[in-house]
Design a binder for this molecule. Structure first.
Ligand SMILES: Nc1ncnc2c1ncn2[C@@H]1O[C@H](COP(=O)(O)OP(=O)(O)OP(=O)(O)O)[C@@H](O)[C@H]1O
Ligand SMILES: [Mg+2]
Length: 364
């Protein structure tokens, strides 16, 4: 099949590799010059809101998907009359607005941190009174990698928060003193078959994912509940493709942070660490096939390379580690690649992850 993918970043690149292995061909749409996925298929250089370019991509392909969330839902709905668009545009629309996302969690009985809608400066004061300190104020739309967020620790911070974010639609939520962060990634086929990978434990630094461990240590007891939440989301959304749910562990329970209607950074370890990767299962699902085994037979880990790909990481010579270099120009805060480790024991995995992290943090 010919698969159209909106977005040609590293997620598109890894989807393209998986598609090629399955005998499919990919075409991409992206405004960037020479984006990562250009190595795996032709890229139409156009803005993500170029409705004409999206329609043209759809006309050239058998199925359309996306690796980037800020795609105009109306444009997808329009082409969905003529071509299969997966994940469903309705799922994307819900994920694009933190308020509708939170309301969906509430509807499905998935616990989440307390929150308030903030449409005015007065709402912000009310939210702080209701939620208690600290709170995190987030833009409802267009946030990624912790951007569009402000943590307010006392009333003194609210003026600065409002200065920074007050011109946008906002929500405020309680700051969660979480024990750790987990994610569950699932896939659902057109026929409704579902798979979920074991829970992954994620460490964020400055709002950006730094490293992941799979399976998350001591998470067997949480897996059934996380999988139930995943199933509720997949079924409610009549979902097709891969979906990621980010969770906080607090007071021993799970709270939903957000979901992503796409392949997810916390699932990169599945390329080497699972029988079938998130990229492969996404492609299989959207192309009408059944997802394959989503497992983690040996402890796996992933470290993101942010801002630079240190020489020490390039020089890693260890069969237990695999470097993925997306081929992007280095820029502070930019995800340029990742290293996956697969080990024989959790202890060995943790040591390997620590070794890579040390190289990463030692770099300028
Ligand atoms: N209410 C909260 N309490 C504690 N930590 C939080 C809260 N909200 C966000 N964070 C921290 O900030 C990180 C990024 O937040 P969030 O997932 O909402 O943002 P994002 O910009 O959509 O990120 P991404 O799309 O990259 O996952 C979280 O993974 C978590 O570490
Ligand atoms: Mg997040």
């Amino acid at each position: 099949m010919r698969i159209g993918i909106i977005g040609a970043g590293q997620l598109g690149q890894m989807l393209g590799v998986a598609a090629r292995e399955l005998g499919h061909e990919c075409r991409f749409l992206d405004p960037a010059d020479a984006p990562p996925a250009a190595t795996v298929g032709p890229v139409t250089r156009a803005a993500f809101d170029d409705v004409g370019a999206i329609a043209q991509l759809a006309a050239d392909c058998d199925v359309l998907t996306y690796e980037f969330e800020n795609v105009p839902v109306d444009a997808l709905r329009k082409v969905a009359a003529a071509i299969a668009v997966f994940p469903p545009p309705d799922a994307l629309e819900l994920a694009q607005d933190r308020l509708s996302e939170k309301r969906l969690f509430e509807k499905l009985g998935i616990p989440l941190p307390p929150y308030c809608v903030v449409d005015s400066r007065a709402d912000l004061d009310t939210a702080a009174r209701e939620l208690g300190w600290p709170i995190v104020i987030k833009t409802r739309r267009f946030g990624y990698d912790g951007k569009g967020q402000f943590v307010a620790r006392s009333a003194d911070d609210l003026a600065a928060a409002w200065d920074e974010l007050g011109d946008k639609a906002l929500i405020a939520e309680s700051w969660v003193e979480f024990e750790r962060e987990l994610s569950i990634i699932g896939a659902r086929s057109q026929a409704g078959e579902r798979v979920s990978w074991p829970l992954t434990q994620n460490q964020h630094v400055d709002g950006i994912l730094r490293s992941s461990l799979a399976p998350a240590p001591d998470s067997a007891g949480s897996m059934a509940l996380a999988e139930t939440y995943m199933q509720r989301l997949l079924e409610e959304l009549n979902y097709v493709g891969v979906l990621a749910l980010e969770l906080f562990v607090a007071n021993g329970g799970l709270l939903a942070n957000e979901f992503a209607p796409r392949v997810h950074n916390s699932g990169h370890w599945t390329i080497e660490g699972s029988t079938s990767s998130q990229f492969r299962n996404h492609i299989l699902s959207i192309c009408g096939a059944s997802p394959e085994r989503a497992d983690c037979p040996r402890p796996a880990g992933m470290v993101n390379l942010i801002g630079s790909v240190p020489d020490a990481v390039m020089a890693l010579d260890d069969k237990r580690m695999v470097l993925h270099d997306y081929g992007k120009t280095a820029r502070a805060g930019r995800k340029l690649g990742h290293v996956t480790v697969v080990a024989e024991s959790e202890h060995e995995r943790d040591q390997l992850v620590a070794r890579v992290l040390q190289n990463v943090t030692q770099s300028p």
